[in-house]
Design a protein around this ligand. Structure first.
Ligand code: ADP
Ligand code: DP6
Length: 338
C-alpha cells in the first residue's frame, strides 16, 4: 500500500557478525551462499533523512559534510530506484545521512547506512512494509544491512528460493538477553579506508579461494553452536566459536587471489593479546572477531572488561577501545531535521 510521497527519518546501528556473510549466489538479488548471525551494537549509529521532491531533476546524497560521487552515490540511487519501483512513482529524492563513526573502515557503515536508508526511504515513499519485507529491501543495498533493522542477536537466513522471498533476517534474542556480555572495540590507528566493497571482494574469494568450499560446509555447524551458546549464555563456548569463525573468515580472505588482507599490525596484536589472555586463564575469557576491516571486536564479560580493556588499550597502534553492548534495532526518527 502506498500513500503520498513525502519525507521521513530513520536511525539504525551497525552490527558485528559472529558468523560472517561472505559469498553471493545471486548478485542481482543479493542472495548469500550461507546464513549469518550478528549482534546489533549500541552507541554507534547512522541517521538518515529522505525527502522525495518533485522539484529535483536527479537524486542528491549528502553524507556528513561530503557529497559522495561514483560508487557510493550510485549505490544510493540504485537503492532509491528499488523503492520507487515498489511505490510506483518516479520522484527524485534528497538523502541526508550521518554516521557517528568512521565510514568504510570495517565498522559496518554500509549495514547501518542501508538499514537507515531502507527505513527512511520506504516511509517517505508511503510504503508500509513489514519487518520481513523491510529486511528484504535493505538487503538489496548492502547484504548485512538486512540484519541491522533488528536489535540484539540476529540471524540472516540465506534461504533456498531463487526469488529470495525466504532470504531475510529475524531477531533471535533481544538486546537485554545477556546483560553481562560486552564488546570491546579496538579502534586501531591508520585503518585504511576500503576501496573495494565487501560484496565485490567476497566474489573474488568464491572464485579463487581453495578453502571456500570447506568453509561453507562448516558454517551451519558453527551457527548451531553459537545459537546454543547464546541460549545458554555460555561465554567460553561463545568466545571459542566466535574466534574459530573469525579465523575461518580470515583464512578464506588470505587465500583469495589477489590476497585480501584487512588487518594492520595493531589488529594482529589485539588477536595475539586475546589468545594470550585466554591461555593464561586456561579458559576463554574473551573472543575476538573482525569484519572486512582493521578494527577488532573483542567480546568479553563485565567481570573481565576493565582489566582486558586496559590491556588492549596499551598495545602499540591501538588508538582507543570503545565499550559497546547489544543494542536496539532500527527506528523511525519522525521528524525532518534541516
Ligand atoms: P563498512 O565496513 O563501513 O561497511 P564498506 O566498504 O563495506 O565499509 O561500506 C562502505 C560504503 O557504504 C560506503 O562507501 C558507502 O557507499 C556506504 N555507506 C556508508 N555509510 C552510508 C550511509 N550513511 N548512507 C548510505 N551509504 C552509506
Ligand atoms: C565481512 O554486507 O558490508 O562484514 O553489500 O558490499 O555492503 P556490501 O557487503 P557487506 O558485507 C559484509 C561482510 C562482513 C561479514 C558480515 O557482516 O556478515
Amino acid at each position: 500500500m502506498t500513500g503520498r510521497p513525502s519525507e521521513a527519518g530513520y536511525e539504525a546501528a551497525p552490527n558485528i557478525a559472529l558468523v560472517k556473510y561472505w559469498g553471493v549466489r545471486d548478485e542481482d538479488l543479493g542472495l548469500p551462499y550461507n546464513s549469518s548471525l550478528s549482534v546489533t551494537l549500541n552507541h554507534l549509529r547512522t541517521r538518515t533523512w529522505v525527502k522525495f521532491d518533485p522539484k529535483l531533476t536527479e537524486d542528491k546524497f549528502v553524507l556528513g559534510r561530503t557529497e559522495p560521487t561514483g560508487g557510493p552515490l550510485r549505490a544510493v540511487v540504485e537503492f532509491l530506484d528499488e523503492v520507487r519501483a515498489l511505490a510506483r512513482f518516479e520522484t527524485h529524492a534528497l538523502v541526508r545521512s550521518e554516521n557517528n563513526f568512521q565510514t568504510a573502515s570495517g565498522l559496518a557503515s554500509s549495514a547501518s547506512g542501508f538499514a537507515a536508508l531502507a527505513g527512511a526511504a520506504s516511509l517517505a515513499a508511503g510504503l508500509r512494509l513489514s519487518p520481513t519485507a523491510l529486511s528484504r529491501l535493505a538487503r538489496l543495498g548492502s547484504g548485512s544491512a538486512c540484519r541491522s533493522l533488528f536489535g540484539g542477536f540476529v540471524e540472516w537466513r540465506a534461504g533456498t528460493r531463487a526469488d529470495g522471498r525466504d532470504c531475510y533476517a529475524r531477531p533471535l534474542f533481544p538486546p537485554r538477553h545477556w546483560p553481562g556480555l560486552v564488546d570491546l572495540v579496538a579502534i586501531v590507528k591508520d585503518a585504511p579506508e576500503k576501496t573495494v566493497r565487501s560484496s565485490v571482494a567476497m566474489q573474488l574469494t568464491v572464485a579463487t579461494s581453495p578453502e571456500y568450499a570447506r568453509r561453507l560446509k562448516e558454517v551451519p555447524v558453527r551457527i548451531r553452536a553459537i545459537k546454543r551458546a547464546l541460549a545458554a549464555r555460555d561465554a567460553a563456548a561463545l568466545f571459542d566459536r566466535t574466534m574459530e569463525e573469525c579465523d575461518s573468515f580470515r583464512l578464506v580472505c588470505e587465500t583469495t587471489t589477489p590476497k585480501l588482507d584487512y588487518l594492520v599490525p595493531a589488529s594482529r596484536r589485539v588477536l595475539t593479546e586475546v589468545r594470550a589472555a585466554n591461555d593464561e586463564r586456561g579458559t576463554p575469557i574473551a573472543g575476538y572477531t573482525h569484519d572486512a576491516g582493521a578494527h577488532v571486536h573483542v567480546f568479553t564479560t563485565t567481570t573481565e572488561m576493565v582489566r582486558l580493556r586496559r590491556r588492549l588499550a596499551s598495545l602499540p597502534g591501538v588508538e582507543k577501545v570503545l565499550v559497546v553492548s547489544p543494542g536496539p534495532g532500527g527506528h523511525d526518527l519522525r521528524r525532518w531535521v534541516h
